[in-house]
Design a protein around this ligand. Structure first.
Ligand code: 5AD
Ligand code: SF4
Length: 471
């Protein structure tokens, strides 16, 4: 049975069904963050959020297109949603995000059960798009914008633990890595007004949040010139240069909001991460000593084919500089196995770069050719599937060893943990993360979610530090 709610402020003889939306997010943190912006836009237009897909009038899937299997998962989910449509003829289903942007009208044509298609820059239009469907049409908006940052929208925190929140600082990507579909699905890079970012962080602090993650496809190229389209720094006027806010300055502004609020950020690009940023991380206790620095490959020729615009030596220099300035800094990585034309020796270079960099953690993938990317147009996806799989297994095996070695360095040491949940294995244990973003589990005693707790580490696995709180 559908829940009937009366809109607040409406006199007792005028009852109205408040429409309920249900949203599922797939892929990167940016999508989860966008879903919170969508939640806010819909709520402003009279919708309420439900976690029950069968109670919903509108179901949105906020989708990812980065690899083929991400899209397969979503296609399977769309097929399963046919049952919901059978039970509720008026149910409206919308596909949002990167897959919507990539496939555009194809989704309306192929998947008969999709009613709304909306790309990442068109969420303000969602209430209108849904209304069009209610009028019997299919609705689509996949326009990409050079300006849209949803700057002033205060995101509705969905499925939150009340401790950690994402704050989007920029949108899009101008880098054009040859394997990547993101520049096509999320459009040009634009930075969000720093004042609106700081205000959002203040609001989160006032609401009791203890940790924020600043999000962007390439946070190190964050640059605010007081509005208007992006200008290269070298082409900016003197006035613009004097008032510019770069990522180091933004980090500092955000760190100063609340010394008890942990600041994280993702994702850094090896070509752009500056010493100024590294020194800013060092300067503030509340900026976590952890950098996610995707290398993608450890071989210069492959990096060039990927258009990453740095060499193996450049990457290793950045890692060494980070470690010189902040010896305890955790570094994690993204790696792609079996990119076009990658040889066995080049794959070995990736393994050796991982070992030299001593990554605490990596996200590791097989190369997946994406339609429309430069690699798909100009190169051949010529590494056989079984070779890709074997290389990926080698990469994962090495990373597990490196993670274990890294975690072993914490045995006998005290780490500061922000508790974010109960341990999955036992309600008697709490779980949280240390500064370096490693999971820490310890007996609950009287501690609670949201507490900072000093934990002495007794033993470790490749994924977890295990210990006891120190009073
Ligand atoms: N195939 C495999 N992995 C990819 N990534 C991006 N595009 C592809 C692709 N076509 C990975 C990169 C990136 C992460 C978000 O996803 O490692 O850093
Ligand atoms: Fe894709 Fe490269 Fe941009 Fe990351 S930096 S989103 S991998 S194009």
């Amino acid at each position: 049975m559908q829940e009937i709610q009366v809109l607040e402020g409406i006199s007792s003889n005028t009852t109205e069904l408040k429409k309920q939306f249900y949203i599922e997010s797939y892929g990167c943190a940016m999508n989860f963050s966008d879903s919170e912006i969508i939640g806010s836009i819909l709520t402003e237009h009279g919708y309420t959020h439900t976690n029950d897909e069968f109670a919903a009038n509108v179901i949105f899937l906020n989708t990812c297109a980065i690899r083929d299997n991400a899209e397969k998962t979503i296609r399977d989910r769309l097929k399963a949603l046919r049952n919901n449509k059978k039970k509720n003829q008026d149910l409206i289903i919308g596909v949002l995000g990167c897959m919507a942007e990539r496939l555009k009208t194809k989704l309306l044509e192929e998947e008969k059960l999709v009613d709304v298609v909306a790309g990442p820059d068109s969420y303000r239009d969602l209430p209108k798009l849904v209304a069009e469907v209610e009028d019997g049409n299919k609705a689509i908006n996949v326009l990409l914008s050079r300006e849209e940052t949803y700057a002033e929208i205060s995101p509705m925190r969905l499925n939150t633990n009340g401790v950690s929140a994402f704050v989007s600082i920029m949108r899009g990507c101008d880098n054009m890595c040859t394997f990547c579909v993101v520049p096509f699905t999320r459009g040009r890079e634009r930075s969000r007004n720093p004042e609106s970012i700081v205000q959002e962080v203040r609001d989160l602090s006032a609401a009791g949040y203890k940790e924020i993650t600043l999000l962007g496809q390439n946070v190190d190229s964050y640059l605010w010139f007081g509005g208007g389209p992006k200008v290269e720094f070298k082409n900016a006027s003197e006035d613009q240069k004097n008032s510019a806010v770069n990522f180091a300055a933004l980090l500092e502004m955000v760190a100063l909001v609340d010394p008890n609020m942990r600041i994280r950020f993702s994702t850094s690009h090896p070509k752009d991460i500056s010493n100024e940023v590294i020194y800013t991380i060092k300067k503030y206790d509340n900026i976590c000593k952890y950098i996610h620095l995707p290398a993608q490959s450890g071989n210069t020729r492959v990096l060039e084919a990927m258009n990453r615009t740095y060499t193996r030596e450049w990457y290793l220099e950045r890692v060494n500089t980070i470690r010189e300035i902040i010896p305890e800094c955790g570094i994690s990585c993204d790696i792609i196995a079996g990119f076009c034309t990658e040889t066995e020796e080049e794959h070995q270079d990736t393994l050796s770069l991982m070992a030299l960099s001593r990554f605490g953690f990596s996200y590791m993938y097989k190369y997946s050719e994406r339609p429309g990317t430069l690699a798909q147009k100009k190169m051949t996806d010529d590494v056989p599937e079984d070779v890709k799989s074997r290389r990926l297994t080698e990469i994962i095996t090495l990373q597990n060893q490196l993670s274990l070695q890294n975690n072993q360095t914490f045995i006998g040491k005290e780490v500061r943990v922000l508790v974010d949940s109960f341990s999955k294995k036992s309600k008697d244990d709490l779980s949280g993360r240390n500064d370096q973003n490693i999971k820490v589990v310890f007996p609950k005693e009287n501690y609670q979610i949201g507490d900072y707790v000093n934990v002495k580490i007794e033993r470790v696995t490749s994924t977890t530090l295990i210990g006891k709180a120190i009073n």
